[in-house]
Design a protein around this ligand. Structure first.
Ligand SMILES: NC(=O)c1ccc[n+]([C@@H]2O[C@H](COP(=O)([O-])OP(=O)(O)OC[C@H]3O[C@@H](n4cnc5c(N)ncnc54)[C@H](O)[C@@H]3O)[C@@H](O)[C@H]2O)c1
Length: 251
């Protein structure tokens, strides 16, 4: 039996690459109608087309997760296309300034990283959660990071933004507990995606050395967890950050 009822619809923001793409494909294979939303419109369309070619239901749209208007337009498109929005996976994220200690980081680049990785959680709440509250049902899942739990050196904006996101999810989980809307996060350690390709080798080594399983994670391993977290089965967990770190974080 599928874990998803007929007509179940999920918007995957940041679905044009990496973990978001893997989750969009995973959900579509389980029968979910997937709106692939990404700042990179061509990436979103590429993933949606591949899902449709494989026999699934998907549509691609351009969304900038920091821009409320594009999210409102995507919601209207989702409702026109599928009738309902049951879940949102927010996999949009940027690394921000890398390889420099805090005293060499510009405030503007710090704040622009927070806007994508943290403030977007509020934008999503404002633009998408009201529709879920209207139906008394919703699943919201954000991609946080091990960096938000432990703090990666020379990634201060990224670490702070992900720690903030974990705190936001804790608050929102309690705010909406009892409404049928649950809000959770996933904190992966290093996962094999295009995100990783742009990291300096020494940063990747630093991260892999700290993973007891001694390897990077695969996108599909996060996708399987994300698919559970956006499914009806995730009914008694909210405000929580699931781990996907190969044993690095056991808390
Ligand atoms: N890959 C890893 O090792 C790793 C580890 C921990 C956490 N994460 C987190 O998981 C999430 C996904 O990472 P990934 O590795 O798949 O990254 P990725 O770079 O492969 O994909 C991210 C996608 O988000 C999109 N995006 C970026 N900014 C956006 C915006 N403002 N609006 C809409 N879309 C936007 C990009 O176009 C891209 O398609 C990120 O939040 C990242 O911080 C990744």
């Amino acid at each position: 039996m599928s874990a998803f009822p007929d007509g179940y619809g999920v918007m995957v923001i940041g679905g044009g690459a990496g973990i978001g793409e893997a989750t969009a494909r995973y959900l579509a294979a389980a029968g979910v109608a997937v709106m692939v939303a990404d700042r990179d419109a061509a990436g979103a369309e590429r993933v949606a087309d591949a899902i449709v070619a494989a026999g699934g239901r998907a549509t691609g749209v351009r969304v900038d997760v920091t821009d409320p208007e594009t999210l409102a337009e995507a919601l209207t498109a989702m409702l026109g296309w599928n009738g309902r929005l049951h879940g949102v996976l927010n996999s949009a994220g940027i690394q921000g300034p890398l390889g420099r200690p805090s005293h060499e980081v510009e405030i503007a680049e710090f704040e622009s990283t927070l806007r994508v990785n943290l403030t977007a959680g509020l934008v999503i709440a404002r633009e998408l959660i009201p529709e879920m509250l209207r139906h008394g049902y919703g699943r919201v899942v954000h991609l946080a990071s091990i960096a938000g739990k432990e703090g990666n050196p020379n990634m201060v904006a990224y670490s702070a933004s992900k720690a903030g996101l974990i705190g936001m999810v804790k608050a929102q989980g309690k705010e909406y507990a009892g409404t049928g809307v649950v809000v959770n996060a996933i904190a992966p350690a290093v996962i094999r995606t295009p995100f990783l390709d742009s990291q300096p080798a020494e940063v990747v080594d630093y991260m892999v050395q700290r993973i007891p399983m001694g390897r990077v994670g695969e996108p599909v391993e996060v996708a399987a967890l994300a698919a559970f977290a956006v499914s009806p089965a995730c009914s008694f967990t909210t405000g929580f950050t699931f781990d996907a770190s190969g044993g690095r974080a056991t808390y």
